[in-house]
Design a protein around this ligand. Structure first.
Ligand SMILES: Cc1cc2nc3c(=O)[nH]c(=O)nc-3n(C[C@H](O)[C@H](O)[C@H](O)COP(=O)(O)OP(=O)(O)OC[C@H]3O[C@@H](n4cnc5c(N)ncnc54)[C@H](O)[C@@H]3O)c2cc1C
Length: 506
């Protein structure tokens, strides 16, 4: 094996699928004996669907196609459960909506893909020890040791990998406990309903499917706790009776909740790893960040972590990754750690908006909801953050303004851009009238022609004649001429060479 992935949750499965698609030998160790049917992360945002459109499911379908067939498309979504909603319909994406789909279905689809590709996912294997060394990483499962040159810890919030690699998990301790349950309602709600009650707390009811509704909230009595008290209360399982009582106290009625398919308690711990990489060990998903489940972001950001990680690690394993992709300015840690910091900060902001049970809190919510209702800059900013479409990576000084942004789904001569991006190679989009860039194709660069992009959304593309798209769909290079294009391609796709004097050259 080239890579061992610890954890067969959505992020571990996605990492394995992308590594496999990039030609890497990978296997997954998962503690549970079979896939768990929990609906946890049920909101899939547009950028997640975009990256899943890049992953081939076989039979001409993409993973996104399979998900779309099983989920429900909702064009508007909430921020901090505020009554005025963010409208995704105007977003520049083929997926201008959130897809409501239970997390277990997403996991099942990824597991099906891995099975079809004969990638081993070992269920019922608990990794108890991880020993990183200079040239490999060893893991202990039962009485047996396994090793690989690299290891990805996608083993969730309490990651043994993170601890074994000595990576600190920095942030804030929890001070409140929430309740969450997927239930049926004797008195169904057509759309999301939110209740704030100054004395009793907050509760939301959000339909997930025709029959299942997610109910979540926080009792006022479960706020302002010590971390120890939070832990103690979380260990006491939520009961249907307690849920009924909480809803009655907060909403004045219990909506006839019954037949729960999942019940749990959440907290507002906000932490992220101080680094995503220690030697040959990398972290992804909840192993790298935990936060209040607000705005449906954990799963989405985790899947984006996997997308950023996989092609770079594949390049490293294949031996062609330049240093910038390993530990440099375009490396996994350099690009994704800031996203985790922003994720924790924005869920903390939502925590305050959602859980301030005072007249001041109500006024703050009214004010903020009003900003969203205006549909201006604030709404656009928040939609960009939640949808994942506004995430950008570093743009070097003097580079084209598109560099570091995600490539939109441009029409190419052959297909659309998202369906041409592949996890194992760069895509060079040739906008020249005479297809003059064809000669730059190589094992690591596929060239596709395209008509010059036009229209109000494409003003930044007006003069672009060549665009180099990374395997994760981000723009590595864009220019109005082919000058220095060969140099740019080499800088991304060839290892650095050291001269006798120790200087690094390309
Ligand atoms: C109530 C709730 C609602 C949520 N809603 C949303 C939402 O709407 N949208 C969204 O994007 N996110 C949401 N999330 C967050 C989302 O569920 C998580 O971010 C997501 O599950 C993270 O995936 P992961 O693969 O990183 O970790 P996990 O799903 O935790 O998977 C880790 C896996 O590793 C395994 N494992 C752990 N230790 C070991 C070991 N030592 N050896 C072998 N295997 C091991 C575990 O069994 C597990 O299967 C929600 C979370 C909660 C709790």
């Amino acid at each position: 094996m080239d890579v061992i992935v610890v954890g067969g949750g959505p992020v571990g499965l996605m990492t394995a699928a992308l590594l496999d698609a990039a030609g890497i030998q990978v296997e997954v160790y998962e503690r549970t004996s079979e896939p768990v049917r929990q609906s946890r992360g049920s909101t899939m945002h547009p950028r997640t669907l975009e990256v899943l459109a890049m992953l081939d499911f076989g039979g001409g379908r993409r993973v996104s196609d399979v998900l779309l067939a099983q989920g429900k498309q909702v064009p508007r979504t909430h921020y901090a459960t505020l009554p005025d909603l963010l409208d995704y319909r105007e977003l520049d994406t083929p997926f201008p909506f959130v897809l409501m789909i239970s997390q277990w279905r997403t996991e099942q689809i990824l597991a099906d893909l891995l099975r079809a590709r004969a990638v081993p996912v070992h269920y019922g294997t608990d990794v108890t020890e991880v020993v990183p060394a200079a040239d490999e990483v060893r893991v202990c499962v039962g009485d047996t040791w396994h090793s690989a040159p690299y290891l990805v810890g996608a083993d969730g919030a309490h990651s043994v990998v993170r601890k074994a690699a000595g990576i600190d998990f920095t942030g804030t301790a929890p001070d409140k406990v929430g309740f969450v349950a997927d239930v049926r309602l004797a008195e169904p709600v057509e759309q999301a309903v939110h209740h704030w009650n100054q004395d009793a707390g907050f509760a939301s009811l959000v339909p997930l499917t025709q029959t299942i509704t997610r109910v979540f909230g926080v009792k006022a009595a479960d706020v302002g706790l010590t971390a120890e008290e939070v832990r103690r209360r979380q260990t006491v399982p939520l009961t249907l009776e307690e849920l009924r009582k909480s809803l009655t106290a907060i909403c004045g009625r219990d909506y006839g909740v019954h037949s729960p398919s999942w019940m749990s308690k959440s907290s507002n711990t906000g932490r992220h790893a101080v680094t995503y990489r220690a030697g040959r060990v990398l972290l992804a998903g909840d192993a790298g960040h935990v936060h209040l489940p607000a705005g449906g972001q954990g799963l989405n950001v985790g899947l984006q972590d996997a997308t950023n990680l996989a092609w770079k690690l594949a390049a490293e394993v294949h031996g062609w990754a330049p240093a910038r992709l390993i530990t440099g300015e375009a490396g996994y840690n350099a690009e994704r750690l800031p996203v985790a910091e922003q994720l924790v900060a924005n869920t903390q902001a939502q925590d305050v908006l959602m859980h301030a049970f005072s007249p001041g809190g109500a006024a703050l919510r009214d004010l903020f909801s009003g900003f969203i209702a205006q549909g201006g800059e604030v709404a656009r900013y928040l939609a960009g953050v939640l949808s994942g479409l506004a995430v950008t990576y570093r743009r070097p000084d003097g580079a084209h303004e598109l560099v570091g942004t995600r490539a939109p789904d441009l029409a190419l001569t052959s297909d659309t851009l998202l369906r041409e991006v592949r996890p194992d190679r760069f895509l060079l989009v040739d906008f020249t009238p005479d297809a003059s860039l064809a000669g730059l194709a190589s094992a690591r660069v596929e060239v596709r022609t395209a008509p010059p992009p036009t229209g109000p959304r494409r003003t930044a593309w007006k003069d672009v004649r060549a665009a180099l798209i990374r395997p994760d769909g981000y723009i590595a290079h864009a220019a109005s001429s082919a000058d220095r294009l060969t140099e740019a391609i080499r800088a991304w796709t060839e290892p650095d060479h050291r001269t006798a004097s120790g200087m690094t050259v390309r």
